[in-house]
Design a protein around this ligand. Structure first.
Ligand SMILES: C[S@@+](CC[C@H](N)C(=O)[O-])C[C@H]1O[C@@H](n2cnc3c(N)ncnc32)[C@H](O)[C@@H]1O
Length: 432
């Protein structure tokens, strides 16, 4: 593994790489056809994981959002567009070392006519504080390229508002088996080569790999095949790159004074889904949530990146969860009556989901080659077809004919929410 010591040389190599190969490769014209939305940072997810189901943009309050290491603009375009669509009073600050990447990001934002973005070229480690404090910071695929990731995360924490949070992505060690073998071979063969010359050596090395090589045997990474030259370079030829195991993610977060709210998707980090053995499941039940996540990573083997949301260590807000009140049996979300909550869907076509659930009251979920099926309660399809992001659960109940009984209806809602929220497919928002 290339765990180089922090140095100015490594930092400038990182900048040089992204000047030559802005990543990921994007074209402004494609903004006419589609919006790329993803984790971390999708607005609905941020509301769920960081703000406990309360949309911070909903009453016109001014919001500041930082995209740290914004690259060619995926997160900045997504957040700026989603803020505008919601009428949020948000300013999004983009910071990146690479002027070439910024040019692409800026052209995408301009193509959409978005006016809520400020572009800055430089290191967020030095500059984040000047433009904050922030309600939300998005830092996807960047911290693991810093000469000192711990210091980088602390710098971001310092510029976060007390109630704010961050969506982060760092590489995961086990799913990237073979990537660091390739990086090490490049280091041994061609440590100083950069840019095109490095790409040429890397490609001939890759083309001649024997079938037994771990990279050749790893089906979970494919950016070097699908991502063009920028993808090949970013995955295999990087000179400043490290990966994390679950325990290292926890340590990383805690040293910065943060608390891990959740990995995404939560179900992927539930070890029980990967084993049918009853004795193993019984042992897993006794583990802490950190241990359970670590076991999930070991069992699954296919986690190539860790996506997770964090808040300050003393922030008590939790992701939305449905619980029952003991005496009355009433269902609550963070002390509020469940019936007033507004359900909304993640990145999934609600009509298609409802149609497929209607067939057999189950859902098949695929995580990078591992698929699992979950049974859903009988009213799931009918409920899902009524979710539009605006109606409350009680409005949805009232729209059924005949009117369902309160308790069984909300019991089905709770069972549906438990499955879909763990897969990042359904969330609940408090009313405005
Ligand atoms: C792998 S790309 C990820 C881009 C983007 N976040 C995404 O997910 O599409 C990493 C980006 O981080 C930027 N970067 C690395 N270190 C940085 C730093 N200290 N300050 C600002 N940008 C940085 C690079 O220039 C590059 O554009």
């Amino acid at each position: 593994m290339s765990r180089s010591k922090p140095s100015k040389k490594n930092a400038s190599r990182t900048r040089d790489q992204y000047e030559t190969f802005p990543y990921p490769a994007r074209q402004a014209e494609d903004e006419d056809k589609r919006l790329i939305a993803g984790s971390p940072g999708d607005w609905g997810e941020v509301v769920h994981y960081i703000f406990g189901g309360r949309d911070p943009g909903q009453n016109g309050a001014p919001l500041r959002i930082l995209v740290a290491g914004g690259g060619t603009g995926d997160a900045v375009v997504m957040l700026a567009q989603q803020a505008q669509d919601r009428g949020a009073n948000a300013e999004i600050i983009y910071i990146d070392l690479s002027a070439a990447s910024r040019q692409i990001a800026e052209s995408r934002v301009n193509r959409r006519g978005l006016k809520n973005v400020t572009f800055v070229t430089g290191s967020f480690v030095d500059l984040a504080g000047q433009y904050g404090p922030y309600d939300y910071i998005d830092c996807c695929g960047v911290l693991h390229h810093l000469p000192d990731p711990d210091a980088g995360l602390r710098a971001l924490t310092d510029s976060l508002k007390p109630g704010g949070g961050m969506g982060l992505m760092v590489y995961a060690t086990l799913g990237r088996t073979g990537v660091y073998h390739m990086q090490e071979m490049m280091q041994r063969l061609s440590a100083e080569a950069a840019g095109r010359a490095r790409l040429d050596v890397g490609k001939s090395l890759f083309e001649g790999l024997p079938p037994t090589n771990w990279l050749k045997r790893n089906p979970f990474v494919n950016d070097h095949i699908q991502g063009g030259d920028a993808g090949f370079y970013d995955l295999l030829l990087h000179q400043q790159d490290r990966a994390y195991r679950v325990d290292e993610v926890y340590d990383f977060v805690e040293q910065a004074g943060l608390r891990l709210q959740s990995f995404v998707e939560p179900l992927r980090y539930d070890p029980v889904v990967y084993t049918t053995s009853a004795p193993v499941r019984a042992k897993l039940a006794g583990l802490s949530s950190r241990e359970r996540c670590a076991m999930a990573e070991l069992l699954a083997g296919n986690i190539t990146k860790h996506i997770f949301y964090v808040v300050k260590a003393n922030n008590k807000t939790r992701p939305v969860e449905i619980s029952g009140r003991e005496k009355t049996g009433k269902m609550l979300v963070q002390r509020q009556d469940l019936s007033v909550m507004v359900p909304y869907l993640g990145r999934i076509d609600g009509a298609k989901l409802a149609a497929s659930v209607a067939k057999n009251a189950q859902i098949k979920i695929n995580f990078n080659g591992f698929s699992l099926t979950r049974a859903l309660p009988p009213a799931s399809a009918a409920i899902l077809s009524r979710v539009n992001g605006h109606r409350s659960l009680e409005d949805i109940r009232q729209s059924f004919k005949p009117l369902p009984e309160i308790e069984p209806f909300y019991a089905q809602v709770a069972a549906l929410f438990a499955v879909l929220s763990a897969a990042n497919l359904m969330f609940l928002r408090h009313p405005a």
